[in-house]
Design a protein around this ligand. Sequence first.
Ligand code: LMR
Length: 335
Amino acid sequence: MRKLIWTTAAIAALALLGPAGAADQPIVIKFSHVVAADTPKGKAADKFKELAEKYTNGKVKVEVYPNSTLYKDKEELEALQLGAVQMLAPSNSKFGPIGIKEFEVFDLPYILPDLRTLRKVTDGPLGDRLLKLLDAKGMTGLAYWDNGFKEMSANKKLVAPSDYKGLKFRIQSSKVIEAQFRELGAIPQVMAFSEVYQALQTGVVDGQENTWSNIYTQKMNEVQKYVTTTNHGYIGYVVVVNKKFWDGMPGHVREACAKAMKEATDYGNSQSAKENEDALELIKKAGKTEIITLTAEQDEAMRKAMMPVYKDVASRVGQPLIDEFLKETGRSPIN
Ligand code: LMR
């Protein structure tokens, strides 16, 4: 009985103290990511911080940790699920290892001709449905952020599909990307983004694929003699937040954060293409890398060489999903 009275009293005291104490404390959102601050994702994350803190009058504090300072690719997703960080923006290619293969549809070679076409998917019902898949993994999908289109780099000139034969390429953890390099006769090797520069420098891998902004900000151009402008694939991000954390926020605070996210997304996505163009100019200026442009025939040969990937991964990604994606974009990947 005495114990019960004490417990009740303690609960009553906590109930009095709790909300008052909590009201003084900011709600901290740790936002971890793997790229430099000066990239499309880095800038969008910083914009979100600025706006979320402004719209909540400082009730929310966003701590952005760029450049894998907290976690590498795989660990950051595990940390989010455990609640050690609250927000991330991994690329579409990185959800496979936690059991969501569907985002790998974005990795299919030549599936997107431009960012305008991409919006038909991400801003439409298919984009919404894909985000909902995250719920089952304890995450809420908040937005799609762009980086841009991928180019191929190596210390060897990459022009024809046969040039890829036997070369080791670092890849993100996507089975679609793995299939793509296998179709080219190359040897794909999954590796965290933070390890790519050193792996290229020491010859652990021969090449990699990435956007101009990622190549430049990781200094990959200093250790790769050639980059071929292939634009064969897309890198974009899914902004995810720990679901329990998000649902547990006071409603008005969550709404303010959602507004900040919407505006940060519009800002980031309006800048990404320009940031990649600027990075290309900086790579040219640095003068360490030869930029190779493919002729129409060479481009066509690359497309043809990669087309079998669609069949290779149909059972993994889902043929209906691939068909729906192509229908939404109104295209076939070969044109
Ligand atoms: C990569 O691993 O190459 C990219 O996904 C890194 C990033 O977040 O842009």
